[in-house]
Design a protein around this ligand. Structure first.
Ligand code: BT5
Length: 245
């Protein structure tokens, strides 16, 4: 409550015990919500990843969505904004002493497994009247993950043997997000590019993109992945691909 009072951006915080998906909920009800409303759910029954993939619901985690009505942002910034959000979460986790990394474009990894995913969605047709919904899922205090994702996913608790204060974690993420949003708005992703690159685990590594093996060379000015294949440089913007190591 103190935080909400002190924030100039995040003034509305909605807590729901159980919902299908916080992103879907925000999308369906956004006309009633102010800019920068945060919706948090203790449980999601239909948590979504990108491309209709499923986001497995873990107990004692963070599942929330931030609604940004496009007062400051234009539509082209949605991809860089998602990268910015991942960077902010990685920054906060590192402040807590967690040795996390970013997997392009917007996954957070710890000890080689995913602990956080972000799903940004555009809503509204007309440029300038739309909104961006940034959905954040973080595996926090569950002791373990279900069998079907245990090779690729983990939780903060499983990796560090510590319990994290989820309220504190959310607040720290929102503070950090708010603090740098104006820089993001003024300068775009390039302002954060060096920090992003220093924690990005893809650089210098080979990846498969749509079945093609490529070498990740760089992160571009707008957050695109710059790859090399047969001496040719290929730029990939995040919406379009699925990466497999
Ligand atoms: C994401 O998609 O990583 C975006 C996840 C966003 C979840 C949040 S929770 C709040 C908000 N409301 C929603 O409904 N969604 C957002 P993607 O990059 O497509 O990754 C999905 C893949 O991650 C799945 O196919 C699994 O392989 C893996 N996965 C599923 N659940 C996971 C979990 N809890 N932890 C780690 N990996 C998981």
């Amino acid at each position: 409550r103190d935080y909400i009072q002190s924030s100039n951006l995040f003034k509305e915080f909605i807590y729901i015990d159980e919902v299908d998906s916080t992103n879907t909920y925000v999308k369906q009800n956004q006309q009633h919500f102010k800019n920068a409303t945060v919706v948090y759910a203790e449980r999601q029954t239909q948590g979504r990843g990108r491309l209709s993939r499923r986001w497995v619901d873990l107990e004692k985690g963070i599942k929330m969505s931030i609604l940004l009505k496009l007062l400051l942002l234009d539509l082209e910034k949605i991809i860089p904004l998602t990268l910015f959000t991942g960077l902010v979460i990685n920054r906060v986790l590192r402040k807590y002493g967690v040795n996390s990394f970013i997997k392009w474009s917007n996954d957070i990894y710890l000890n080689g497994k995913k602990i956080c995913g972000i799903l940004s969605e555009l809503s509204g047709e007309v440029e300038g009247l739309g909104s961006i919904i940034i959905g954040i899922g973080i595996n926090v205090n569950a002791k373990s993950v279900p069998e079907d994702i245990k090779d690729i996913a983990t939780t903060l608790k499983a990796e560090t043997s510590q319990d994290f204060d989820r309220t504190r974690l959310i607040i720290d993420i929102l503070i950090e997000f708010e603090r740098d949003l104006s820089n993001f708005d003024k300068y775009g992703f390039s302002y954060f590019r060096d920090e992003y690159k220093s924690f990005c685990i893809n650089l210098g590594k080979e990846i498969l993109i749509n079945g093609e093996r490529m070498l990740c060379r760089d992160i571009g000015e707008n957050g695109e992945l710059v790859c090399e294949k047969d001496g040719k440089i290929i730029e990939i913007s995040s919406g379009e691909v699925t990466i497999r190591f």
